[in-house]
Design a protein around this ligand. Structure first.
Ligand code: FES
Length: 203
């Protein structure tokens, strides 16, 4: 029985990942409750080479999220509103790594916000348990359908792991770690390059 479950889990992960990566082209239906900004794709050649990709965040409004594909993975960029940033103080006591000290991120993301600029979160949208793609759950409180005290974040439907709006995993969940922050850097105020930073070349 347990081996069957493992197979199911892996299949689930693959399926979710496929859904996530195929959504990069901009399937608006997946974001019925949250404004969704069309994704930007690098050229096929750049993708196959694992090259850095650029994202223009000039039209990404506070509270909105966009997805870009980097090395075949969905990377989420969230323009966090002041309310979203404030929520991170409330989840400090609920997450397993409140200061974000674990190693699955560049040094510049080892802070409570897990980001270079507090208002922009950049994170790989793959669950650290078995690789499903979590769903955004930006609605708060009872409206979220998760918990009356929910502050907004992400829910992995496969086995119920939850992450806050910095990608920090909640305590006592199957996922062993926070969502991964990829290397990235800002070029000007409105362009983010993913896959390259000033510390790591092509990490
Ligand atoms: S894959 Fe198991 S909780 Fe996300």
């Amino acid at each position: 029985m347990s081996s069957d479950k493992k197979v199911d889990d892996v299949d689930c992960g693959r399926r979710r990942l496929l859904v996530a990566t195929s959504a990069v082209g901009g399937v608006a239906g997946i974001a019925a409750a949250v404004p969704f900004v069309a994704s930007m794709l690098p050229s096929e050649r750049a993708k196959s080479a694992g090259a850095p990709v650029e994202a223009d965040v000039s039209k990404l409004q506070p509270g909105q999220m966009m997805t870009v594909e980097w090395r075949g993975k969905p990377v989420w960029i969230i323009h966090r509103s002041p309310e979203m940033l404030e929520s991170l103080k409330k989840t400090d006591a609920e997450v397993s790594d409140p200061k974000s000290e674990r190693p699955n991120q560049p040094d510049y993301a080892k802070n409570e916000m897990r980001s270079i600029k507090p208002e922009y979160m950049v994170v790989v949208g793959i669950c650290t348990h078995l690789g499903c793609s979590p769903s955004e759950k930006f609605k708060t409180g009872a409206e979220s359908g998760i918990d009356p005290a929910w502050q907004g974040g992400f829910l992995c439907p496969c086995h119920g792991s939850t992450f806050d709006l910095a990608g920090r995993v909640y305590k006592s969940k199957p996922a062993p770690d926070n969502l991964v922050v990829p290397p990235y850097k800002f070029v000007g105020d409105t362009k983010i390059v993913i896959g390259e930073d000033t510390e790591t070349k092509g990490a």
